[in-house]
Design a protein around this ligand. Structure first.
Ligand code: ZN
Length: 330
């Protein structure tokens, strides 16, 4: 467990272990990076290292005791997990108020009370201000761990009070190797390492749910078909995929988000090829189609596609879904 069984991010593990070894643990940490890169996993391993009653050595949790298992499952008495009700939702100020009450108590059975605030970019301004108060009043038995996509949607005053760790995607070769160690066949491991964009969590998700790869294939096929279709068919498609039954709006949004992310990864590949960037593609099994599209659209066209998809993803939770998809498709 000396590397906390993380794939990549050795520098971050090393730094956190050093903080424990040197008794320099900070009051608050912010783990930034794309979803699935390992922010939460790293934070949980850190929580184990902080609160394991029988560490192998300082900074290295046993990984098997009751506390370690409960922390891994995010079900431990001194670990307080706070997150918006649904992914892409809004984290409300009441959640922080409850947390503040819990943190004011002495730890139940561990060295520290640990707050784990997930996807904190989903916190609205009053929620962020509420957390700021907690950050401004350090308590030696409380540690705050925050995860977020990036620092841009957070108050600068929050960021400045945290030790910030920026996690980057893992090199495809390294990730493929790790997947193979878990029993994934080498060709499949290579594909997943690329398709996941070097995000171990995303790759493992696809290992556990193999139909996701089939959905991705269908999704990319739709994209290629639509590119060759007349406007009328694209309208019909936008109408079909954005129609939902009562109460199913959230699910529809989640499906659309996954679809837009897959399409975005394809257009990013097209832009990479159009600009002649020498980096691995996210969709190596579509290399031929990516090259054809890059030749057709050029840098400007590819950039337009990338921007349109990014904007649609940013607006997904507020906009009229059908209108949004129509904009993407035209
Ligand atoms: Zn333990």
């Amino acid at each position: 467990m000396s590397n906390w069984e993380m794939v990549g991010q050795e520098w971050a593990v090393e730094m956190l272990q050093q903080h424990i070894r040197n008794a320099q643990v900070r009051h608050a940490y912010l783990f930034c990076g794309p979803q699935g890169v390992g922010r939460r996993t790293l934070a949980l391993h850190f929580a184990q290292a902080l609160n394991c009653p029988n560490p192998v050595e300082p900074g290295i949790p046993c990984g098997t005791c009751r506390a370690c298992s409960q922390i891994a499952a995010m079900q431990q008495a001194d670990l307080h997990v706070v997150q918006a009700e649904i992914e892409g939702g809004v984290l409300k100020v009441e959640n922080i108020r409850d947390l503040q009450h819990d943190l004011s108590l002495t730890p139940f059975e561990s060295k520290y009370r640990i707050a784990l605030l997930l996807r904190f970019e989903e916190a609205n301004e009053s929620t962020q201000n509420a957390l700021l108060k907690t950050l401004e009043e350090p308590n030696s038995r409380v540690i705050i761990l925050v995860t977020a996509e990036n620092t841009e949607k957070l108050l600068p005053t929050i960021v400045s009070r945290c030790e910030v760790l920026r996690l980057r995607p893992v090199a495809p070769g390294l990730l493929s190797e790790a997947l193979q160690k878990q029993g994934v066949e080498s060709g499949q491991a290579d594909l997943l390492a690329h398709v996941s964009g070097g995000r171990p969590g995303a790759a493992l998700h696809m290992v556990r749910e193999p139909q996701l790869l089939e959905e991705r294939r269908q999704c990319l096929q739709d994209l290629l078909d639509l590119e060759a279709s007349p406007l009328r068919d694209r309208f019909a498609y936008a109408d079909r995929i954005t129609r939902y039954k009562d109460g199913a709006r959230e699910e529809t949004k989640e499906d659309l988000r996954a679809q837009l992310e897959t399409w975005l990864s394809f257009w990013r590949d097209v832009l990479l090829v159009a600009t002649d960037a020498q980096v691995p593609l996210s969709n190596p099994d579509y290399t031929e189609q990516v090259h054809v599209m890059a030749g057709k659209l050029g840098v400007r066209g590819a950039k337009g596609k990338v921007m349109a998809h990014q904007q649609a993803l940013d607006r997904l939770y507020f906009a009229n879904l059908r209108l949004l998809m129509e904009i993407v498709l035209f």
